[in-house]
Design a protein around this ligand. Structure first.
Ligand code: ADP
Length: 205
């Protein structure tokens, strides 16, 4: 669903360039896209990172998998088609937040490479940085953590099409960062992301 349905629509340029906005607001936008199995640590790391960045004065906003399904994506389930549409919308929303000058954190399993690549493309075409972070926690560890009891339900056959159990997870081939969480503190994981953002000049404070 990437073609435009409407006809007779015209792009209306604003009175400000992106650069003028970012300079006036002293910010810089980028999307940090966390991907990985359920319970690998995406939401925990993104929440902690958001807190550190906002408290140091960096505009940052988190789009979280389950949260978005309560509102914007409440009409989508977990079929391959709905997962693709879920990620397409998040890619577009993240792009808007990044354009507005926020470090935008997305924490979605986003199991299919093609969907993540489409989100990357949307950013690249808009000349916005897209940082893919593969939260690489082994399935056995995720299953042991199981903070929401979802693996237990999936193993019992109560949830169908659960990523890693009876639905595939396609690991990124060239992510900007591979974050191994096993045996590591949340703070250490957050620091790895901050280090990368600083190296790339996306966070200066
Ligand atoms: P996801 O958003 O990927 O589904 P969550 O963040 O909801 O995962 O859950 C991850 C679980 O793993 C939490 O219970 C968290 O406390 C635990 N955990 C242990 N070590 C780490 C770590 N280094 N980074 C992130 N989470 C960790």
């Amino acid at each position: 669903m990437s073609e435009i349905k409407a006809t007779n629509i015209h792009w209306h340029e604003g009175n400000l360039t992106r650069q003028e906005r970012w300079e006036a607001l002293k910010c810089r936008g980028a999307t940090v896209w966390f991907t990985g199995l359920s319970a690998c640590g995406k939401s925990t790391i993104a929440s902690a990172l958001e807190q550190v960045l906002v408290q140091s004065g960096v505009p940052c906003y988190r789009l979280d998998g389950d949260n978005i399904r309560f509102g914007l994506n409440k009409n989508l389930g977990f079929s391959a088609e709905d997962r693709a549409e879920n990620i397409r919308r998040i890619g577009e929303v993240a792009k808007l937040f990044a354009d507005a000058g926020h470090i935008t954190l997305t924490s979605f399993i986003s199991p299919y490479r093609a969907d993540r690549d489409a989100a990357r493309k949307v950013h690249e075409e808009a000349d916005l940085p897209f940082i893919e972070v593969f939260v690489d926690t082994p399935l056995e560890v995720c299953e042991q953590r199981d903070p929401k009891g979802l693996y237990k339900k999936a193993r019992a056959g109560e949830i169908k099409g659960f990523t890693g159990i009876d639905d595939p997870y396609e690991a990124p081939e060239n992510p900007e960062l591979v974050l191994k969480t096993e045996g590591k503190s949340v703070d250490a994981c957050v620091q790895e992301v901050i280090d990368l953002l600083q190296q790339r000049g996306l966070v200066v404070r």
